[in-house]
Design a protein. Sequence first.
Length: 42
Amino acid sequence: MLLLMIALALLAAWAVIAAVVTAARDGYRAVPDRHPELRAAR
């Protein structure tokens, strides 16, 4: 039972981290020409 709760907590934390990383990446891509050389490399 305890292992199940730990597994669920890890899964929830991973989902939150993945959502934050995705949102940060989309927000960075939405910023216009803050680093044009990095944007051109992409």
